[in-house]
Design a protein. Sequence first.
Lengths: 255, 152
Amino acid sequence: MRQVVRALGWATRILWVAIIIFGLTVAYSATNLQAGVGQPQPPLVSNGLMTLALPFYINNTGFYSISGLNITTEIRDHNGTSVSTSTTLVPLIPADSFVERTHNISVSLPYMAQNLTYLVFEDSNLTINVLIAMMFAHAVSLQMSANTTLWWGAPLSNFAIGEISADLIAQEMIVPLNFENHSPVYIDGTLRLEIYNGNNQHLGSGMMDVSVPPGHMYDDRLEVSVDVSKLTEKGEVHFYFETSTFSLGPIIMSW
Amino acid sequence: MYDHGEGNGKNLVKKLLPRILKAAFKSIIAFVLIYLIPSLLLQDDFLPAEYKLSMNIFAVIIILFIVIVELTSGTIFQYIFSFLRVIVLIVFFIFTLGRGSITVTIEMLYIAVDLSIILAMLIFVELLGLAKTVLGAVHFLSQKNEKHLNSR
């Protein structure tokens, strides 16, 4: 019995020392972990995705490896609707190593144009939830999350049509329209519009190329050949906007 | 009478002094291991205030029980206090480590640390200590009985 008690005593002591040393070295390694975010790259648009590249680095100078590093950014609008979710995974950062990666935050413009159409026309504040999860020393799981807001500049901000006038001699309707490109991307596409009278009869259609750099205003008028015999006092204009990255429409406005 | 009392006092001092010295020595080692080294190694802002307090309480529990157990060594109270220490530490770990997960909010940053594996390791070691204490108590009582029977 005495030997058993002694053996248990020593086992307890050894395990206690091991746990203390492990706990201390884990805590020490965590305090020596260096991480940072680099300068974000300007957004790029490709295949309908607007991508913001966020470079980051982790310098693991500790005694233990970091596994399963997961960085997730979720963008939501003011109603809580998800705009995009982007994830970057780094499977393993060994001890005493330096890792540099880029977290790409992607927003699908076709999805946005279809499901969150108002964001094409209205500037807004978007909420970004950042979640960072990792496993330290294969024993301690760490999760960090933070919220921040991001101003969203609409590509067709303040989109409006002016007073529509009809030139009965030229058999044309003149549609003035303007908007501001508050987004960081170049708007390059085709604007098409269909004009209907009060009886929902098609009067005519027109098309024009639109090219607006970021931060610039577009102010022009479109002359559309119409059948003046069907002209009524009121009617509707159906707008369609097509770019290489997204399509929008019909946006219906009354005149 | 006076001489007899002085002899008893001397005996008591002779008996207690090694225990006090042993308790002091063990306490100092425990203090260095579980309080001083972590305090020196870890930055001041590494642990939030409530967990710093827990670290201090942990050190106090360990040192207090080391002293009590050493002073009562050679009696059944040594095992009773050892048993009590294990129970107190298990409860302390479960409460302090929030059943394995601790959360901290620093301004807008929310941090959750899952320490389930560490907690399991701590409880396992404590249970091992509990087994040792129970076996030690059984051994102590059997030895005492044996001596008692032999003296008859």
